[in-house]
Write a protein that binds this ligand. Sequence first.
Ligand SMILES: *Cc1c(COP(=O)(O)O)cnc(C)c1O
Length: 394
Amino acid sequence: MREETFLIRNQHEQTSAKEHTVPIYFTSSYTFDSAEEMRSKFAEEEESFLYSRYSNPNVDEFISKVAHLEGAESGWATATGMASVFTTFGALLDAGDHVLSSRSIFGSTHKLFTEILPRFGITASYGSYDDVDAWEALITTATKCIYIESPTNPALDIIDVRKVAALAEKHNLILVVDNCFATPVLQQPIKLGAHISIHSATKFIDGQGRAMGGLILGSNELIEKVKAFARHTGPALSPFNAWILSKSLETLSLRVEKHCSNALEIATRLEKHKALRSVKYPFLKSHKEYEIAVSQMHAGGGLVGFELEGGLEAGKKFLDALKMIKLTANLGDVRTIATHPASTTHSKLTPEQRAEVGITDGFIRISVGLEHVEDIWEDIEQALAKCFTTSQVF
Ligand SMILES: *Cc1c(COP(=O)(O)O)cnc(C)c1O
């Protein structure tokens, strides 16, 4: 089956009611016909459902769909994207281990590296997205894992996944890629040489700002380790959220295609806008890593960044001037969302620290939704006009 068909047709088997679409398996546990059956299933002599902290039909369906898209042997689903990030480290790292990470990563992942994992004796150091050649010098005998995001959040820089995979291979390290911004449709890290791909399913996979979830994809061998950790630490995805997320996958290809075409159109128009210092979108030829982006992604994604003249104040003014587009922390929603990282998610960093991760004070990130592109553009354009005097624009 082709991708779109698989996402729609690969459903958990029908019950005796012969329903056309999968029901929600709202059950904490499952029954056994005999003591012997229960013993053998608990001994994992055969695959089966035991208890919903371990597995559930809705969760299994969700995992198998995304694993298929990304070419992964196996997967594990969690209640949030951060639960997937933490579960991966909890499963694969021991006290004394070191992680080499790209510098610009999701804020909570950064907190894990700086405040939480050190309490368990795990340390991290950081390499710049645009100088992978220098990363080798950061690898020590304690390094076990390389962690990257591409495109990066929020700066939309691109890291050469194949190049990092070659480095991981050379030093026998596990390469973990947070693939949230690219979605399983646009980029398949495992096919590029990564060992683990992680998603916050809360974003494009749900796509409608409703349900939270996370996914870890990889080889049978690595996912066995994830399972062994997760079964007893309990980050399980709820059957209800798994059902919603599985339904969302039925339209993922279609939605992502439209997110990308709307985003490319908005980025192209912004690039012509005289009042902006710069525009960033992975599939604009002006993007610094355009060639790498095109070689590892099928399209540019749903996020666009741009740089306002006038720094922090202009950024806040722009957000306040938006009418249709709401201020909220999510991304990948059908509704367009604008954020100003310097005054919100990254306000605790110094301007120098922000610059290191590619965030300038006038940087705006737009998660382009599925509204009509003219309505999205009109709102952005009128808000931009309010940030500048006429003489600056023309
Ligand atoms: C949102 C996000 C996460 C965390 O996901 P949650 O579902 O919010 O826990 C991790 N990585 C990236 C890149 C994200 O955007």
